[in-house]
Design a protein around this ligand. Sequence first.
Ligand SMILES: Nc1ncnc2c1ncn2[C@@H]1O[C@H](COP(=O)(O)OP(=O)(O)OP(=O)(O)O)[C@@H](O)[C@H]1O
Length: 349
Amino acid sequence: MAPSLLSIRRLSCAYAGQPAVRELDLDLGPGELGCLLGPSGCGKTTLLRAIAGFHAPASGELRLRGKDALPLAPEARGLGFVFQDLALFPHLTVAENVGFGLHRLGRSERAQRSRETLALIGLDGLDQRYPHELSGGQQQRVALARSLAPRPDLLLLDEPFSSLDADLRGRLREDLRGLLRQLGIAALLVTHDQEEAFAFADTVGVMQGGRLLQWAPGFELYHRPATPFVASFVGEGRFLAARVMPGNRVATALGELEVARPMPWPDGSEVRVLLRPDDLRPVDEGGIEAEVTAIAFRGADTLHTLRLGDGTVLMSLVPSHQQRQPGSRLRVFPDLAHVVVFPPDADPL
Ligand SMILES: Nc1ncnc2c1ncn2[C@@H]1O[C@H](COP(=O)(O)OP(=O)(O)OP(=O)(O)O)[C@@H](O)[C@H]1O
């Protein structure tokens, strides 16, 4: 197997003895687009700064291209980065900003690379402007161009789009993604925004309390979350009380469900099953009847909050042309591709 571009083992970081990153393992391959997702304060920025060389970890290993990177200063690590607080140089033109990291190249090569990168990022013709003569989105493109101009093999991005409105944000993200693919550059992006993480990354990591709980493609995170925290943090979902039955089945208020993988708990154990809103399909007959307690319009569909007879609260996505009011009744049928089961007491939410 080819060595990872970035390989992290048991990495721990702390501020004045307070842990911020705990025993974290992570691998990123050449050209792979990764994303770190997690609640505020879970250690995403600290991890990114440790990779960049701006934060010295307390312990653990950090290897880049197979070599120990911890002794290396940030500029010797061969990485590009775009951090929230990394502003453009106001007294330099766009071309000079983009050429800033290209001191190893000759003068004409530098100008050519700078022009080429500006064209790639969609800033043709703006090279002689100063940062204050650009829109917020254009400034962010210059910051991206500056980090991409030296053609690093790994780009670190800390919420680079957070100051932009949703439309611009989406466009810039797509343009950057295409460009990284075209140039074969790997990236690790920190974001709060799940939609952004799924749209951008091949592999998404969910962090909590300094730990990386799962590092997997978005589909895996959504359909096979490793912990109840990942299950509830990624997408929407509710837990339904269940009991383990013989033959890899669980009994629930919605009937018996088949579990694809063997469960480690003996028959009769109390467990809980993850139910996503798209796991509960509205039906005319059969299924189970529930009371609609709230309705949130989403455009193409509406998110219904439902209460079963025993008080269990669940969610169901319903096509939005089916109009209903809170207090009405709805029949739903569980239609689960993957039944995800957790013990009842793990990681209480
Ligand atoms: N310079 C610092 N000095 C002391 N503690 C810090 C410092 N920077 C971060 N921390 C603490 O370390 C923990 C992790 O912070 P970090 O900024 O890495 O989280 P984050 O996941 O990036 O959060 P956010 O999403 O809010 O940016 C938090 O408890 C935070 O309070």
